[in-house]
Design a protein around this ligand. Sequence first.
Ligand code: ADP
Ligand code: ASP
Ligand code: MG
Length: 422
Amino acid sequence: MALIVHKYGGTSMGSTERIGLVAKRVAKWARAGHQMVVVPSAMSGETNRLLALAKELAPQRQTKAYARELDMLASTGEQASVALLAIALQAEGMDAVSYTGWQVPIKTDSSFTKARIESIDDARVRADLAAGRVVIITGFQGIDADGNITTLGRGGSDTSAVAVAAAMKADECLIYTDVDGVYTTDPRVVAEARRLNTISFEEMLEMASLGSKVLQTRSVEFAGKYKVPVRVLSSFTPWDIDLQEEAASGTLITIEENVNMEQAVVSGIAFNRDEAKISLLGVPDTPGIAFKILSSVSAANIDVDMIIQNLSKDGKTDFSFTVHRNDYARALDVLQEQVAPALGASEVIGDPKICKVSIVGIGMRSHAGVASKMFESLSAEGINIQMISTSEIKVSVVIDEKYMELAVRALHKAFDLDAEAA
Ligand code: ADP
Ligand code: ASP
Ligand code: MG
């Protein structure tokens, strides 16, 4: 008997029919003798629907101003899901109970809309499991020290599930979704993408943080930190397939590096359309300039991703960086109104129509020339690179958004990731 956590995403919970199928699948696992904790997301579209209602009532206000209420609102999507799943399981003849984040409780900090889990008290859940119940816990939400409901950021149910699995020392956390595993790149963008049987935790972390939304980045961090075995698999297989077959399907995130494994140089390609670029032209090239620019941006609570400073000419230089597209207008304001006049910069220009494309692979550690191969294949497509950043296991470039799919396809092919034609 094992303790297993299942997580079901929005599409998997998308209708009462689908919830019924989730209940049958969970019941199959419970009847096989496993202790089951299930963490569902809101039904697909529900979180967006709720957030849009809020926007309708406060179109001019920044969402930050009412973040607490947004969490109160958005958390209801998952509350409905857990109740419906418990009802469906009971209809299947299973003993099942649903809990919201505050009932467990899952304690978080107070950063509304992007809270971090601090602790999980598993006593109540353990007592239910011991009594033979399936326990269903809301994804995406928790409670802060003052009793406010918080949410963990979009896609946060992944993190709830892995955190619950970590806290309970579960044998495995299975993330059921609408694709049958982690692919070399988003299979909805590149038809030739291949499913990976395994991916190292480090690579998955890079892929997620560079834009592959198949798993929320924080969930991968939890998996690595607490050594939780995580598997991504499809909820769209027939619910009654053989349990062993199901348990071995999808993609396993591996924690230990398998040194004997034939390691591809590049394992996957991630992309992100959520960024925007801002450049400050003609700033004096003197000590403290980067600090002055970036500290003003950070004082406005805006995170900066890539940064590039050009060579100086006549004591002046250009300085560019990227921010999340949601922060673009605000960042531009800060630079135009505060930073540029203070530093005597000649101009502030911005471009929200960019994207970041990244190649990821632990194989890069032992191979030279990976970046130049990337640049070569982008140039062969006539794609101009605007910014570059590298780390030990990734190379990212910023390019014009309109070339994103072309770039991802070209790189997928150049690094031999395309699936063999059937
Ligand atoms: P869920 O609602 O189950 O959490 P998500 O939409 O958050 O599902 O994540 C699954 C989606 O992630 C897939 O439908 C796919 O389009 C996208 N995706 C992006 N990159 C990848 C990748 N490398 N492998 C698999 N899926 C990916
Ligand atoms: N329902 C939340 C969202 O749409 C959390 C999740 O699905 O993981 O972001
Ligand atoms: Mg998701």
